[in-house]
Structure formats: structure tokens, C-alpha cells
Design a protein around this ligand. Structure first.
Ligand code: ATP
Ligand code: MG
Length: 441
């Protein structure tokens, strides 16, 4: 059990009351310190001041709140923020005993780390981070989840756009219905149309039978169009019509099929810029961006790094039975990195350090060795910018190069195993095959 709060008389009294139940109690003074402590320690319950519940919830553990004497409003707020239960000060043994009993019955999992970030965990709980930016994001997710309008999620690569899309679905009234995702960049145009809208038998050479598209599959639920900025113009028209009419027509078909689908789109492109360049339809943009959601790059919320590292280390511990502990200076070094690949890059770096280390502790020096990035290195592009000056600012070219390089490395690391490589790259097997062919790897 971990007790959080400033080291004062209240915390000391809470400590005594909790420890009197024969439980092991550790104490730290802030949510951030808790995240660091959790990297190396097991814990089944966090006890935190009512006001701190929102900040510690993202750690993914059950929270018991402690509210000031007679402050029922604070207690209610703590419960709304996700505390399992709340006790009022002054803590006495009986009240604590009762609360611990209730918590034990209500806590979702005995070893919370097992489900943290795993597929079993849903919605907002998977989004780690207590920075101001993340709190705004959570509030936005909760709000837009209640509506049916289309959401457009923007943010750099690896910031968690897909996680956000799932969180919106999970927090929405459609949570029990399907969440269907498609990456528009990974599938060539002609195939994409039939993926989205389905086809009838004979529509093209390989169409040996009728097939429903993803719109129909997502009926009643949510369809997530990832990398929507890559959608070919001809398909943009068809998508617009599907949104406006709430109906689709299978490729080669003549019948209009009614669908009830909530659309969430995501892109790392600057769509207004794509509109000016004539690559994206303005009318579709306004249809998609009814509810815009922006995910901040990791370098603008460095205070989330500690909690993210704790979460990733925990996941590693679940899989491998152990995980080295990151020292404070290692976490500080990680927090200082530019992270152009955002959370995904941090996740990979933590995983790599944990796999490569032979020690129980990873400090800044060990980290520098594993990451090949000196602590506090200046911002560096992940790959060399294209030599041609005209292309130096092309996101498209740089992204392509980065993709090619990452795929090459993933194939190397897996000895050419495409299934494992696809998993490492977090793209579908099919998308990988397509890209291997496209890049001629
Ligand atoms: N706030 C977060 N808490 C925990 N994990 C996160 C968070 N944000 C991102 N991740 C993890 O980082 C990785 C990248 O996230 P995700 O795939 O959602 O990013 P993305 O914005 O869709 O990236 P891309 O534009 O490259 O597709 C995933 O493994 C995801 O679980
Ligand atoms: Mg994505």
C-alpha cells in the first residue's frame, strides 16, 4: 500500500492508522514521486488526499481517498475522480479497517499491474499521465464521448491518437458495440474503398462473394479512420457522402445500406495545409472536424515521463517477471530527451533498456549506453534530413524515410520475421507487407 501526501501531521496519523491494520505501508509526498516509486515496487492500493485523486488515478491502481474532517464535498469529488472509497479525517482504526475491507471487495483486480495498459483495461484508464495537458485531454474525451458528432484527433506520431480514439469509444454510449479501426495510409486506394464500403460479387476480379465493409461492421459502434489525411481524393467524396447520408453503397452494388456509425478520424498531417495544396477536400474536413481533439507532443508534457516509464516498466515486469529500476537521474535524463517519436519512442527506449540491462538498477549512465543518446542531447531528427534542400522540410519524404528505416531495423531485429516485425512496428501484418513491397525491401 502506498500513502501519498506531504510529510506532515496528517500523513503521520494516516500512516499509523493504516499500519495498525498489519499492512505494509510506504509513503511518498507527491503523485510524481509515487510514479517513480512504482517503477520498482509492487503495490495494491494507493491512499491519497481527496484533492490528489485525479493526479494519481492515471497510475492505474485502486485509490482510497482521505478527505478533511466533515468535508463531504471533497469526498464526493474524490469519488467522482475515480477513488474507490473515501474516509474522512481524523482517521481512526475502525474507519480505516472498514474502508480497507470495502476496497478489497471493490478493487477491480488484485494485481492491478496485470491489467494496466493491457487489452483488458479500457478507456481513460489506459491513458497514463497527470500533466495539465493530459487532464485537459481526459476532460475533452469525456465530453466528446457523449456526442455522436465526428471527432478529428490531431497530434504528432506516437502521441497516443489511437489510444484516445479507443478511450472516446469506451467512454461513449456505444462502448458495448464494435470499435473498428482502419489505417487509411496502409492500404492502397482501390482496396481501401472495398474495405470501407464492402463489395458485391463480381465487382472486381478477386471479388468472389459479397462482402460487407467496415462501415457495416461498425454499425451501432465506432469507426476509427486512422491517417485520414492519406485518403485519396476520390474516396474522400465517397466518405463525405456516407457521412452525410448515413448510408453506404458496396463497390459494384446498386443498393444503399443504412448505417449508424460514429466516426473518429485521426491524422498527423496539417489538414488545412493539405486543403490549400488541393490534396484534401475542405467540405470533408469540416464534416470530420466537428469535435477537434489535439494530443500534445511528449516534449510539452515532460512531467508525464515518470508515470509513463513506471507503466512501461510494469508491463515489462508482468511479461518477464522482473524489471530493473530506473533511478531518479535516469528518469530525469529520459524526461529531458526531445522524443520526436513521442510516447511510442519512449516506450521502445524503456523496453530496450530493460531488455539490454544486466543489472537491477538503470541509472543515467547505463541509459546513455543503451539508448545511444547522451543525456540532455540537443534535439536531433531521428533520421538525417533529405539531402536535397527543396525536400528538407517535406514531412512526407522524412516520414517515408523514417518508416523505411524503422521497418528495415524491425526486420533486422526479428531476423526477417514479418509477423513479429509488424508487432514491433505496431502496424498490421498486411500493412507491413504492403510497405515492404512499396519500399522494395
Ligand atoms: N498517455 C499514454 N499512456 C500510455 N501509453 C501511451 C500513451 N500515449 C501513447 N501510449 C502508447 O504509445 C504508443 C503509441 O500510441 P498510439 O499508437 O496511440 O499513437 P498514435 O498517435 O496513433 O501514433 P501514429 O501517429 O504513429 O499512429 C502505444 O503503444 C500506446 O499504447
Ligand atoms: Mg496511430
Amino acid at each position: 500500500m502506498l500513502l501519498i501526501g506531504p510529510d506532515d501531521g496528517d500523513r503521520r496519523r494516516s500512516h499509523i492508522a493504516l499500519a495498525s491494520r498489519g499492512r505494509e505501508v510506504a509513503a511518498v509526498d507527491s503523485a510524481e514521486a509515487a510514479a517513480r516509486w512504482l517503477v520498482a515496487n509492487r503495490c495494491d492500493l494507493i491512499v491519497a488526499p481527496a484533492a490528489a485523486v485525479a493526479a494519481v488515478r492515471p497510475l492505474g491502481l485502486p485509490v482510497l481517498a482521505v478527505a478533511p474532517a466533515r468535508d463531504v464535498a471533497a469526498a464526493v469529488r474524490a469519488l467522482d475522480d475515480g477513488a474507490i472509497d473515501c474516509v474522512l479525517q481524523p482517521l481512526d482504526e475502525a474507519a480505516v479497517a472498514l474502508a480497507l475491507h470495502r476496497v478489497a471487495r471493490l478493487a477491480p483486480a488484485r494485481e492491478p499491474a496485470a491489467s494496466r495498459g493491457g487489452d483488458g483495461e479500457r478507456g481513460l484508464a489506459r491513458l497514463v499521465g497527470a500533466s495539465a495537458a493530459m487532464q485537459v485531454l481526459r476532460a475533452t474525451i469525456a465530453r466528446v464521448a457523449q456526442h455522436r458528432s465526428t471527432v478529428l484527433i490531431t497530434g504528432e506520431s506516437g502521441t497516443g491518437k489511437e489510444l484516445v480514439a479507443r478511450a472516446i469509444h469506451d467512454a461513449s454510449p456505444r462502448a458495448a458495440r464494435p470499435f473498428v479501426a482502419i489505417n487509411c495510409a496502409a492500404i492502397p486506394g482501390p482496396l481501401l474503398e472495398s474495405e470501407l464500403f464492402g463489395h458485391v460479387r463480381g465487382a472486381f476480379t478477386d471479388a468472389v462473394r459479397d462482402r460487407a465493409g467496415l462501415f457495416e461492421e461498425a454499425d451501432g459502434g465506432t469507426l476509427f479512420l486512422d491517417e485520414v489525411g492519406e485518403l485519396p481524393l476520390a474516396l474522400q467524396v465517397k466518405l463525405l457522402r456516407a457521412i452525410q447520408e448515413s448510408e453506404v453503397r458496396r463497390v459494384g452494388g446498386s443498393e444503399n445500406i443504412k448505417v449508424d456509425v460514429r466516426l473518429i478520424a485521426a491524422t498527423l498531417r496539417d489538414l488545412p495545409e493539405a486543403i490549400r495544396a488541393g490534396r484534401f477536400r475542405e467540405d470533408l474536413y469540416y464534416r470530420l472536424a466537428v469535435l477537434p481533439v489535439e494530443v500534445a507532443p511528449l516534449r510539452e508534457r515532460r512531467e508525464d515521463v515518470a508515470a509513463l516509464v513506471a507503466c512501461f516498466a510494469d508491463r515489462h515486469r508482468q511479461r518477464h517477471g522482473h524489471a530493473a529500476r530506473f533511478t531518479d537521474d535516469a528518469i530525469a535524463a529520459l524526461a529531458a530527451q526531445p522524443w520526436p517519436g513521442n510516447v511510442r519512442e519512449l516506450e521502445n527506449a524503456v523496453e530496450r533498456a530493460l531488455v539490454l540491462t544486466e543489472h537491477d538498477v538503470i541509472d543515467a549512465a547505463a541509459l546513455a549506453a543503451h539508448l545511444r543518446v547522451p543525456a540532455g542531447a540537443p534535439d536531433q531528427p531521428p533520421v538525417a534530413a533529405p539531402a536535397d534542400d527543396d525536400d528538407a522540410l517535406s514531412i512526407k519524404k522524412a516520414t517515408r524515410q523514417l518508416e523505411e528505416e524503422l521497418i528495415r531495423r524491425a526486420l533486422e531485429a526479428t531476423g526477417g520475421n514479418r509477423t513479429t516485425a509488424a508487432r514491433l512496428l505496431e502496424i498490421s501484418h498486411r500493412a507491413l507487407l504492403y510497405k515492404i513491397k512499396e519500399f522494395g525491401l
